[in-house]
Design a protein around this ligand. Structure first.
Ligand SMILES: Nc1ncnc2c1ncn2[C@@H]1O[C@H](COP(=O)(O)OP(=O)(O)OP(=O)(O)O)[C@@H](O)[C@H]1O
Length: 289
């Protein structure tokens, strides 16, 4: 049984079909969700996080039905951590105070245990030294880590992270990767990002969403392999390339199309494979139907 199982899940906002009959199952490990703006990533993550309900299909979390009784939903939420794309903070709270506030909402009623847990998660995200700072005085990256800390409370079995690396500097991103790789041994982690290199570095599996449907679901290495023989380094830009640009070395990185004269095939990256998979769609934002 998968920890997270979506069967024929759909969601429509007004005239916009955000998710269109999505079937996906997730178990332990880190899965990255990639897709252009408006692909349906946040909608999918919000449904899994029980923040909104789908309007078609069936969702099962830890073998339970989130649409079932209040007790079922509470049992699921106790084992679920969620980092939303945007999180509002009461302006005057400290980092410790904010994470403790979420812990109280999650019914950590014993004060000593709660404080230990808050200290543990702040330490996990490298904020032990800033626990008493007001959230509004923290940097954007530090605030993102406070948000991550609240998602880690209680060692959840399902962790839903919407763009967790936004605002993090390279060292913090590396730290996040280390934290998640430890957690992933016993947890189902779903994360969305626009950074293909984060997916390449962090995830065994990648799901590409576009237009509310699943375009790819499989190992990261399998997606990268679809671009083999379609990426070149060249002195000339590609005349019919999907995309080509001059790199820092002065040579052109040419993705798709026909190789320019003298071009040398190069190892594709996940970004190349993603761009080739979605073609022009990678650049589009959907308008309502
Ligand atoms: N609350 C809402 N009301 C109306 N339309 C919405 C709402 N939330 C999302 N949508 C629409 O649903 C579609 C999917 O949006 P969603 O936020 O899930 O995409 P996304 O892949 O997370 O995009 P991004 O990468 O820009 O965050 C978009 O067309 C969006 O405009």
């Amino acid at each position: 049984m998968n920890a997270v199982q979506l069967d024929a899940i759909s969601k429509t906002y007004g005239r916009t079909r955000a998710l269109d009959v999505v079937d996906l199952g997730f178990d332990r490990g880190v899965t990255g969700l990639l897709g252009p703006n408006g692909a349906g990533k946040t909608t999918l993550l919000r449904i899994v996080a029980t923040s909104i309900a789908a309007d078609g299909g069936r969702l099962s979390l830890l073998g339970r039905d989130p649409q079932g009784s209040h007790d079922e939903l509470t049992a699921i939420r106790r084992q679920l951590g969620y980092l939303p794309q945007e999180l509002g903070y009461p302006s005057d709270m400290t980092a410790f105070g904010f994470v403790e506030y979420v812990a109280v909402l999650k019914e950590w009623n014993d004060r000593d245990r709660r404080h230990r847990e808050v200290r543990r998660v702040l330490d996990l995200v490298g904020l032990a030294g800033s626990a008493t700072k007001k959230v509004r005085r923290l940097s954007g990256g530090q605030r993102r880590r406070v948000a991550l800390a609240q998602a880690l409370l209680g060692e959840p079995r399902i962790l839903v992270l919407d763009e967790p690396t936004t605002g993090l500097d390279p060292t913090q991103r590396a730290d996040l990767r280390r934290t998640l790789s430890v957690i992933a041994d016993r947890c189902t982690v779903l994360l969305s990002t626009h950074q293909t290199e984060d997916v390449a570095a962090l995830c065994e599996r990648v799901v590409v969403l576009a237009g509310g449907t699943v375009r790819f679901d499989g190992p990261v290495t399998e997606l990268v392999a679809t671009a083999a023989g379609r990426v070149w380094l060249s002195d000339e830009p590609g005349s019919d390339a999907l995309v080509s640009w001059r790199t820092g070395t002065g040579r052109h990185h040419v993705v798709g199309g026909t190789p320019p004269p003298g071009a040398v095939e190069t190892e594709p990256t996940l970004e190349d494979a993603y761009l080739l998979m979605l073609g022009a769609e990678a650049r589009t934002v959907r308008a309502p139907a």
